[in-house]
Design a protein around this ligand. Structure first.
Ligand SMILES: *Cc1c(COP(=O)(O)O)cnc(C)c1O
Length: 445
């Protein structure tokens, strides 16, 4: 894969114009993505230049994020353009960054929360409880009582026991029956754990009726990082079946929740299939909501990591030398996405002091003069052998202790699942920027 430059190159502009079928809305700056890259590059370089590993206090050279709120703003406009019928409820678990939540709240999205803490975070922003769905089919009892007290009425269920629990704790909650989906083509399967099969939905609705519970809709999730648009089509059809099943029991369901799973790269295609399916199976009187997580935040966050150690490795048999680079962040930290989200973050050079090709220059490393490619493996800072970011990476620049690498697309399922293992920090500085005037205005940047 060709490394992309942080400073905008002609390539960026070309790829922008190739994507020209996506016409920017009025409120969106014209070359948003290119400007975004330039601004992120500047922010990364500014911070890195301010750090001297030889004199700094412990931790001042820690890995840090640059987050472009403008990117999130653009994703929201894109959602409205391609999936206008579906009202997004951002899945907080994906990245509960306070600035992200603040921007989304200001843009008017709803929120998908799965715990008391997530509900609190959103309510504290002044969001009306009616904009929250407690989308966890297997809830903690005290949290259900809390949701009731706070007026968070919408919640999902997928089993009989949960219905008895809700009857006892929050009998007039607005319930969504979560159904199973075919998530075999997704990155992270969720249907192994959640969702009622269509063989069971009849019994569930009958019990809900008997308990006089308020079922208002159907929910599904095609798996996080979904790749097959047909999964949405089938899920919408199955949801229709359950709407009809409920009608036969006297329920008039009002809302369909199409969940998350959207990936930025394939969003337009997914949205097209989903829109057609929705219009075919559900009249406009049915409200449709969604719970996108990674779609909104993945590309907004870039992380920079410091090379804290290097080990030269000599392969006497093959006669090749390679290097092991040790960074100050790894799979127990913000690269938790490697373990939990099956990601393969791509390293790029931010600062290579000893390289004749570049200092503080993020031009694509493959273009660095006549240097032969060097072989690297990249490791995190903990003492565990599984703490490996990349087993094999080639780069023409000679990297050493004190240099910096950066990784793009680090906004989803990264810092939210970081640990404190081995005494390394689970929270890192974030430099917030905005490449969209619309987002800057909402956030007061
Ligand atoms: C995780 C989750 C989401 C978000 O999924 P993405 O793939 O990040 O869009 C939405 N809804 C529920 C119920 C989830 O568990």
């Amino acid at each position: 894969m060709a490394p992309s430059a942080i400073t905008p190159t002609t390539e960026d502009y070309v790829s922008l114009s190739l994507k020209a079928n996506y016409t920017p809305c009025l409120e969106e700056s014209h070359n948003g993505k290119a400007l975004s890259k330039a601004m992120i590059g500047r922010a990364l370089q500014q911070r890195v230049q301010s750090i001297d590993e030889d004199t700094c206090e412990p931790g001042e050279e820690d890995a840090f994020f640059v987050a472009d709120m403008g990117d999130i703003y653009r994703q929201h406009l894109r959602w409205k353009k391609h999936l206008n019928r579906v009202k997004p409820h951002y899945a907080v678990k994906c990245n509960p960054d306070p600035q992200v939540l603040r921007l989304l709240a200001a843009m008017g999205t709803g929120f998908d929360c799965a715990s008391k803490a997530e509900i609190d975070m959103v309510l504290r922003l002044g969001v009306d409880p009616s904009r929250i769905i407690y989308a966890q089919p297997c809830k903690t009892k005290s949290y259900v009582r809390y949701a009731s007290k706070q007026g968070v009425r919408q919640m999902t269920f997928d089993n009989l026991d949960e219905l008895y629990k809700i009857k006892e704790l929050f009998p007039d909650a607005e319930l969504y029956l979560r159904i199973l989906t075919d998530d075999s083509a997704s990155l992270c399967r969720l249907s192994l754990k959640f969702g009622a099969s269509l063989d069971d939905t009849g019994d569930l609705l009958a019990l809900a009726r008997k308990l006089d519970l308020n079922v208002v809709g159907v929910a599904f999730h095609v798996g996080s990082g979904a790749s097959d648009p047909a999964a949405f089509l089938k899920a919408v059809r199955d949801a229709r079946f359950v709407f009809d099943q409920a009608a036969a029991l006297g329920y008039e369901l009002k809302t369909l929740d199409v969940g998350g799973g959207f990936v930025s790269e394939t969003f337009d295609d997914m949205a097209a299939v989903l829109s057609v399916a929705l219009d075919e199976y559900f009249p406009p009187s049915v409200r449709v909501i969604g719970e996108p997580g990674r779609y909104y935040v993945s590309s907004a966050f870039t992380i920079a990591c410091n090379v804290i150690a290097r080990r030269s490795v000599e392969d006497k048999v093959l006669g090749v030398n390679s290097y092991m680079l040790y960074l100050n962040d790894g799979v127990y930290g913000n690269f938790s996405s490697i373990m939990f989200d099956h990601q393969h973050p791509i390293p790029r050079v931010l600062k290579a002091a000893n390289s004749p090709a570049s200092t503080y220059d993020a031009v694509a490393p493959y273009d660095a003069g006549n240097n032969l490619p060097l072989e690297y493996s990249i490791w995190g800072p903990t003492c565990d052998g599984i703490d490996c970011i990349s087993e094999s990476w080639t780069c023409t620049q000679t990297l050493d202790v004190g240099d910096w690498l950066y990784f793009e697309d680090m906004g989803a399922y990264t810092k939210c699942s970081a640990t404190k293992f081995n005494g390394f920090s689970d929270s890192h500085a974030t430099v917030y920027i905005s490449s969209e005037p619309g987002a800057s205005a909402l956030l007061g940047y």
